[in-house]
Design a protein around this ligand. Structure first.
Ligand code: SF4
Ligand code: SF4
Length: 147
């Protein structure tokens, strides 16, 4: 009983162990496997990343010159980063912010470095619609470039 009371009092006057993410910032450890990002200047459209992704999270569009990633499919295994012959893919420590929609993030040659457009997830993989442009929901940029 005494130990339970002391636990209760200690908890009452100590700082919480949890964080209010996403309302407040969260700190992530160095080397954390977060979201995958592309530097499209370096991509040669060899499709190695798309073919080797175990969850089919990547869609390479050679005609439209884009790389798409279905964030909810990605399991942060890092295979795509390690297999890319031109180092076009990197991994951030942060994860994608929560969204009420299933989103696809599209990186394109015409966009600034690490910028991507957000599209609602329709047919997947997007290779079925190679060369076709979907309507962008919004354009976003990575807040921090790859480490
Ligand atoms: S493996 Fe690299 S170079 Fe090849 S398609 Fe993927 S991002 Fe582009
Ligand atoms: S980290 Fe793994 S699961 Fe995610 S896109 Fe790359 S290969 Fe696919």
């Amino acid at each position: 009983m005494m130990s339970m009371l002391s636990s209760v009092f200690r908890s009452l006057f100590s700082r919480p162990d949890t964080v209010q993410y996403p309302a407040g910032p969260s700190t992530v450890p160095l080397g954390n496997r977060g979201k995958v990002v592309w530097d499209m200047e370096k991509c040669i459209y060899c499709r190695l990343c798309e073919r080797n992704c175990p969850t089919k999270a990547i869609g390479t569009d050679k005609v439209g010159k884009t790389q798409s990633i279905a964030r909810l499919r990605c399991i942060q295994c890092r295979t795509c980063v390690d297999i890319c012959p031109t180092n076009a893919i990197s991994m951030l420590t942060e994860h994608t912010k929560p969204s009420p929609h299933k989103e696809v993030h599209v990186y394109g040659k015409e966009m600034k470095q690490f910028e991507y457009r957000v599209e609602r997830m329709g047919d997947w993989p997007p290779a079925k619609q190679e060369g076709k442009k979907l309507a962008a929901v919004e354009i976003k940029a990575e807040e921090n470039g790859p480490a």
